[in-house]
Design a protein around this ligand. Structure first.
Ligand code: ATP
Length: 237
């Protein structure tokens, strides 16, 4: 299977602090990969480097084309949607305005309206609140909006940073079901960074473990989930 996203020997850091020590990972076309790791391992740094928010060295291939060095804006236009930690919706815009902003790179007006309907189908809560300011939504609703907005880009691949952060368990379950659904039905590939390793490993096809800026383990999610060391470190056994 082809890789939609492939990272080879990626190095990044902040000033003199080097964080990523040359990591390599891949997201197969149409699949979900999860990136696990303790606090400070460099997970967020990895996503920020891929989406061009942070300078990095190494190869970042999107559909076999190296995008490293391009601006965050052009990388988004090429189909990499980054739903950052802490949500980042436009709080002064309404739900519907936020969703339309997500489609900024697209010119297919009629299709955009259809996709808007699709988002409301996925997230009925957002339909009910379509005219409400994003800033007045609950945490879970804002998270859904951030995901919906990223999907409106019709991305090739979605980078999701800690999507379950601060959400109630029932909402987390729904959210992960939605990711799985979006992956299967819309064929959107995903790279998910998640503390809630249990759920993430359930919906992911492949898993990577990042420790102190290096990938120390990778393989099919099912296999990684069955390892004793992983169960002890990330699954609370
Ligand atoms: P967490 O789960 O805690 O968010 P993470 O794996 O996402 O962890 P990163 O946020 O990528 O980790 O951070 C990796 C390292 O880089 C940490 O040691 C962190 O302190 C450092 N770091 C992150 N952002 C900056 C910054 N803007 N300036 C300097 N150091 C930073």
């Amino acid at each position: 299977m082809k890789n939609v996203l492939e990272v080879n020997n990626l190095k990044a850091g902040y000033g003199r602090i080097s964080v990523l020590q040359g990591i390599s990972l891949a997201v197969k076309d149409g699949s979900i990969a999860v990136l696990l790791g303790a606090n400070g391992a460099g997970k967020t740094t990895t996503l920020r480097a891929i989406s061009g928010l942070l300078k990095s060295e190494g190869e970042i291939l999107l559909d076999e084309q190296d995008i490293n060095g391009k601006s965050a804006d052009s990388i988004a236009r090429m189909g990499v949607a980054h739903a950052a930690e802490g949500r980042g919706t436009f709080t002064d815009l309404t739900v519907e305005e936020n969703l339309r902003v997500g489609a900024f790179r697209r010119k297919d007006k009629a299709e955009i309206s259809l996709d808007l309907e699709k988002m409301y189908g996925l997230f009925p809560r957002l339909r009910e609140r379509r005219a409400q300011k994003a800033g007045s939504l609950s945490g879970g609703e804002q998270q859904m909006l951030a995901v919906g907005r990223a999907l409106m880009l019709r991305p090739r691949v979605m980078l999701l940073d800690e999507p379950s952060l601060g959400l109630a368990p029932v909402i987390i379950n729904t959210l992960f079901e939605t990711f799985s659904h979006v992956n299967r039905e819309l064929g959107v590939s995903m790279l998910i960074v998640e503390q809630n390793a249990n759920l993430a490993l359930q919906i992911a096809h492949d898993a990577y473990v990042l420790e102190s800026g290096s990938i120390t383990l990778s393989g099919p999610a099912k296999e990684i989930a069955s390892l004793d060391g992983i169960r002890a470190a990330y699954l609370g056994d």
